[in-house]
Design a protein around this ligand. Structure first.
Ligand code: CP
Ligand code: NVA
Length: 328
């Protein structure tokens, strides 16, 4: 995989995804045992951020430092303002051995990949969040006592956002049963769904789109994300109306009839009033919690912080796979 970009899971075969997950498990184990082989020594990486982040930035930084890389965080560059994407990519490609990008358009990360000549990693765009899905798959494999291709995974909420898209792709690639539970207007796009259903014919996966909360029955994992993604801040009123019936609460977990059902969330999450946005939503709409209740978020079913930690191990695997010959 040396020299490859990581822009969307669509570009990776099931076998390559399995190799990345195995490498992530290996580097996680190494770190837990204090083994730091510094396989990225003398590599420079740059992290470009148009949108805010805690996990993705810190995962790239810590993973990079663990492996001996040097890291630049850049959120105020000339890119797109005084300098074209193409020129920026050409400059950064001269300085750096790898580029991470988080921002709005998928096209931006594609252009950086096209013109920089070094591996480019997608740290979230409006369309996809592939590094998150690798962490999610690793977390499921650690917590659900079944092979991935027997797991019934339910994504609840805004199923046409970057997480809905990327999780549908990840689950289809791994041969999982993916259910999107959402109001019809927030179902994943028809074209991507059709493409993933076609892929499922080969991988043994299954894709269900439903508006009916009772369809969580038999789920191994209930996953949700914020109702309003970064860049859509004018949509609170509309989304709250549409998604209130889809809040993940104790009742929804009970409907799975699986006492071991796992709750997952890519984070950050609005499960209490401890955030400025949460308080502002409370003042305007009277909601104390949004996509998940505080009870479920803090319950024994919740594995959200193991999931967050796995961002670091899986991102380390992606950097090692694409900047070294470790998987070649
Ligand atoms: N899950 C995730 O991408 O978190 P950040 O927005 O904090 O990077
Ligand atoms: N869908 C969310 C994911 C955050 C990690 C967003 O784009 O804001």
């Amino acid at each position: 995989m040396k020299g490859r970009n990581f822009l969307t899971l669509l570009d990776y075969t099931p076998d390559e995804i399995r190799q990345l997950l195995a490498l992530a498990a290996q580097v996680k184990n190494e770190k837990k045992n204090g083994i730091f082989p510094e396989r990225l020594k003398h590599k420079n990486i740059v992290l470009l951020f148009e949108k805010t982040s805690t996990r993705t930035r810190c995962a790239f930084e810590t993973a990079g430092y663990d492996e001996g890389a040097r890291v630049t965080f850049l959120s105020n560059s000339q890119m797109g303002k005084k300098e074209s994407l193409e020129d920026t990519a050409k400059v950064l490609g001269r300085f750096y051995d790898g580029i991470e990008f988080r921002g709005f358009k998928q096209e931006t990360v594609e252009l950086l990949a096209k013109h920089s000549g070094v591996p480019v990693w997608n740290g979230l765009t409006d369309l996809y969040h592939p590094t998150q899905v690798l962490a999610d798959l690793l977390t499921i494999s650690e917590h659900v006592d079944k092979p991935l291709n027997q797991v019934h995974f339910v994504f609840v909420g805004d199923a046409r956002n970057n997480m809905g898209n990327s999780l549908m792709i990840g689950c289809a690639k791994m041969g999982m049963h993916f259910t999107a539970l959402a109001p019809k207007s927030l179902f994943p796009g028809e074209e991507l769904t059709a493409r993933m259903r076609e892929l499922c014919k080969k991988t043994g996966g299954e894709i269900t789109l439903t508006e009916n909360v009772a369809d969580v029955k038999g789920a191994d994992v209930i996953y949700t994300d914020v109702w309003v993604s970064m860049g859509e801040e004018d949509k609170y009123a509309e989304r709250i109306k549409l998604l209130l019936p889809y809040r993940v609460d104790r009742r929804m977990l009970d409907l799975t009839e699986n006492p071991d059902v796992k709750f997952m969330h890519c984070l950050p999450s609005f499960h209490d009033l401890e955030t400025a946005v949460g308080r502002s939503v409370y003042e305007t709409y009277g909601l104390e919690e949004m996509e998940v209740t505080d009870e479920v978020f803090r319950s024994v079913n919740s594995i959200v912080f193991d999931e967050a930690e796995n961002r670091m191990h899986t991102i380390k695997a992606v950097m090692l796979a694409t900047m070294t010959d470790i998987l070649d």
